[in-house]
Ligand binder design. Structure first.
Ligand code: HXC
Length: 518
């Protein structure tokens, strides 16, 4: 081809016009809000020089119903493409708020659907960067139909490829539902928000004044609604968080998670595990200290850190291999299971199961949280989700009971008969139908009423109950526990137990799908 000829010139002019579109005006607007542009975000997410854009020149036809507002820009407000993240293929779209508020019209939607289809076909993670005012109002039903097509693809891809949503500006109206179907939602503090209906509608319908942040800021979704799994202070760190998360995950459900090199055999002094859990069952401690001493150094990556903190979930590596960890947190609500923690735990287990990530449960739970609030809001059906998720999961599942394991909570937390592959206990474990005080109050009610010194009697009975019943040895002798282990040897035990489960295979009866109590 003649590089001075007409054809090549036109090609260059077109590309130059496109580059200019991403130039200074829009860029300045985004930067002035503390935000990066759609393209800058992709450049940070993908390995240097690996991102390839497709459909850059698509446009909405001016003949489409536009209510006097035509989107006269290449690309229709979204960049789609593929590249490599930490050396592995990935697909992404990134909405451009500077073009019609990143709103979703039919061309915009078709582009997102196209890249979703490609990611699914290629078995690679799909990342959506959202900065959008929702359905493009002037395109009417075509926008709504566009969203519906995206949601359907999200559902088809669920459990097949990892889907990650990164909210980096508004996610209003229809823009919130795709993220909520995907596996993980990242938000950037102060510059992102998510809501189904905005502050104006809230004012009109309910006559309440709320700010964007109060209604759907990152903190609200991290701490109160649980919609956001990760929140970072700026966009660069948010995107680094996405890369870190991906490093634990396989590219699709047919692969195993990637392995990392193990630099040292013994990474934190395991003898410290003997010191962390107090003998006094009423004393709290931080379960994250236990996790830290079991997994490979600095590999624990917590999910939903500030939501339902009575359960801790996250990924880590054990001897270089990805592991899902679900642990009760005795320092929050004494580690009891309530509605939010049950749902948080259940969703995490489903994720691990979808993507072949073995699961370790660290148990110290006095039971379900009692009370009117919990019962009236459905702890029965929400607690059942956790139970269901554990029993349904076919990945390798190991539980270590550190201290309390009472009642329904014993059953739920991957007990032997629920399908635990290996069930270990520390000598500090207390396994029984209920705690000593409650148990003796029921069994010895008459004797306690008639006693001259009921306090002393109750104390004696509780001690006897603990010695005779609420310990790990009864369960061990009956085979409900595979082994009572030395806390200092927990890491070693777990490495060899998970190795033994490496080729675990479960033949489940054929069915369309189970009916998890949603
Ligand atoms: C068309 C839109 C738009 C939309 C924003 N714009 N949202 N255009 N459709 N949904 C345009 C604006 O007209 C403006 O165009 C430009 O984007 C920037 O918007 P501003 O309002 O100037 O920006 P800002 O002040 O930062 O406010 C951002 C915002 C606000 C909070 C997102 O634009 C807003 O409230 N938008 C509507 C949000 C909403 O209610 N969406 C729900 C749609 S219904 P110009 O030309 O002036 O630059 C929906 C239902 C789907 O999504 C349901 C599926 C389940």
């Amino acid at each position: 081809m003649d590089i001075n000829g007409k054809l090549y010139k036109k090609f260059l002019e077109r590309n130059a016009a496109y580059s200019q579109q991403h130039g200074s005006v829009g860029m300045k607007k985004q930067h002035s809000k503390g935000k990066l542009t759609a393209r800058e975000r992709l450049m940070l997410l993908f390995d240097s020089d690996t991102f390839n854009e497709i459909d850059a020149f698509t446009k909405t036809s001016p003949s489409e119903s536009n209510f006097g507002k035509v989107v006269n820009a290449y690309g229709d407000g979204v960049i789609i493409g593929h590249g490599k993240i930490s050396g592995r293929p990935a697909f992404a779209y990134s909405q451009d708020f500077t073009i019609m508020g990143g709103s979703l019209g039919s061309v915009h939607a078709k582009k997102i659907a196209k890249i979703q289809d490609m990611a699914l076909k290629m078995g690679a993670p799909m990342i959506g960067i959202i900065d959008s005012g929702g359905a493009r109002i002037q395109e009417g039903v075509a926008s709504l139909a566009g969203y519906a097509g995206i949601f359907r693809r999200n559902v088809i891809s669920s459990g097949v490829i990892p889907q990650i949503s990164v909210i980096m500006g508004p996610a209003a109206g229809g823009a919130v539902y795709s993220p909520s179907i995907t596996d993980f939602v990242f938000m950037t503090n102060k510059t992102s928000y998510m809501f189904v209906t905005g502050p104006n509608v809230v004012k009109e319908v309910l006559n309440e004044d709320v700010s964007f942040d109060e209604l759907g800021g990152a903190e609200v979704h991290m701490k109160k609604s649980g919609v956001a799994h990760f929140v970072y202070e700026d966009e660069e760190n948010t995107l680094l968080g996405v890369k870190k998360l991906l490093s634990y995950l396989p590219s699709n459900n047919m692969e195993n998670p990637p392995t990392a090199e193990v630099y040292e055999e013994k990474l934190e002094p395991e003898s410290a595990l003997l010191e962390i859990v107090p003998d006094d069952p009423n004393k709290p401690y931080d379960i994250k200290d236990v996790i830290k001493h079991i997994v490979d150094r600095d590999t624990f990556f917590e999910i939903s850190e500030n939501y339902a903190q009575n359960i801790v979930v996250g990924f880590a590596r054990l001897h270089g291999r990805t592991l899902g960890i679900l642990a009760n947190q005795p320092k929050v609500l004494a580690g009891t299971l309530d509605i939010n923690s049950s749902v948080k735990g259940a969703r995490f287990i489903r994720y691990c199961d979808s993507f072949n990530i073995p699961l370790l449960t660290l148990e110290d739970v006095p039971g379900f949280l009692p009370g009117l609030d919990q019962e009236h809001n459905g702890i029965i059906r929400h607690g059942a989700k956790l139970l269901y998720a554990y029993a349904d999961a076919t990945i390798p599942k190991i539980t270590v009971i550190l201290r309390k394991s009472y009642g329904g909570a014993y059953c739920v937390m991957n007990s032997k008969n629920l399908g635990g592959d290996f069930n270990f206990a520390w000598p500090t474990a207390e396994i029984a139908v209920m705690g000593p005080e409650g148990a003796v109050s029921i069994l010895y009610r008459k004797e306690l009423i008639e006693s001259d010194d009921p306090v002393k009697l109750k104390k004696e009975l509780a001690k006897r109950y603990r010695d005779e019943i609420a310990n790990p040895y009864v369960a061990d002798e009956k085979g409900y526990i595979d082994e009572v282990i030395d806390p200092a040897l927990t890491r070693k035990k777990l490495i060899s137990a998970f190795e033994a489960l490496e080729n675990k295979h479960v033949n489940s009866p054929a069915r369309k799908h189970g009916n998890i109590p949603l």
